[in-house]
Design a protein around this ligand. Structure first.
Ligand SMILES: C[S@@+](CC[C@H](N)C(=O)[O-])C[C@H]1O[C@@H](n2cnc3c(N)ncnc32)[C@H](O)[C@@H]1O
Length: 246
């Protein structure tokens, strides 16, 4: 929860060396635990939505290729795109099978008429300012196959336990996203949320693990099975497709 996010999120990861430090941050026990849990969810989504069929994957704002490289082994086509040369320099080392482009699709759609049946965008939407969120969603929908899935996360859910506690302690003004904002973004771009998954039900963070990692993993595993508490997870993963009749 940082207050210093830049006004233009396009410029957020341009500093030389940021790719290396972003990748290193995933060696942190908290981040690596939640990345393990996210990978399990991604694998489930792949099986449930795309079965044994060919996967044509676009990872928007792919950064260092975290999501891209995880899906690449399963994909026939694997494309990553980002505006940060430093982030992409790391991605290029981890995903030899992928096409990687330095571009801003929202201002220069270099993908032209290409379509994908899986589009992912992680750790992007809640950080982005509202105009950028909408521009990005609009262009991603353009590249989504008729029966394809757009999977994105809101890792800064303003209704989560962590954000609620922070507000109770008098801290506020964080950049994040509410579930209502996520739903509106999706529906005004002709998509519907078919399923969601949530993680991060405790106040634990990379600065304060609160409880040992093994215990946190078990706790998260148990809590994530209760659909009623999904709105309180810090990280909500949405699986969307074109709305019927859209
Ligand atoms: C927090 S990183 C997330 C990287 C990766 N998706 C992940 O989950 O690890 C956010 C990324 O969004 C990228 N970004 C910001 N604006 C963008 C835009 N208009 N088009 C493509 N990438 C953008 C940044 O350069 C940065 O690499």
């Amino acid at each position: 929860m940082r207050r210093s996010d830049p006004a233009d999120y396009r410029k957020s990861h341009l500093r030389p060396g940021i790719g290396e430090s972003y990748q290193a941050s995933y060696r942190d026990p908290y981040r690596s635990l939640f990345w393990e849990l996210e990978k399990r969810i991604l694998d489930r989504i792949l099986v449930e939505c795309l079965g044994d069929g060919d996967v044509h994957h676009l990872d928007f704002a792919c950064g260092t290729g975290r999501i891209l490289s995880h899906v690449a082994g399963r994909a026939r086509v694997s494309v990553g795109i980002d505006v940060s040369p430093s982030m992409l320099a790391v991605a290029k080392k981890s995903t030899e099978r992928s096409e990687i482009y330095l571009a801003d699709l929202t201002t220069n759609d270099i993908l032209e008429e290409r379509k994908f049946n899986l589009i992912t965008a992680f750790r992007f939407f809640p950080n982005a300012e509202s105009a950028l969120r909408n521009d990005a969603m609009r262009v991603l929908v353009r590249h989504l196959d008729e029966g394809g899935r757009l999977v994105f996360n809101n890792h800064k859910n303003l209704a989560s336990v962590k954000y609620r506690l922070a507000r109770l302690r008098g801290r506020g003004g964080f950049r994040g996203m509410s579930l209502a904002e996520a739903s509106e973004l999706v529906s005004k771009n002709g998509l519907e949320i078919r399923k969601s998954y949530a993680l991060g039900f405790t106040p634990a963070s990379d600065r304060h693990m609160v409880i040992p990692a093994a215990l946190l993993r078990r706790l998260e595993g148990g809590l994530s099975k209760w659909p009623a508490i999904k709105p309180w997870g810090e990280n909500v993963i949405f699986v969307c497709r074109r709305a019927e009749g859209a």
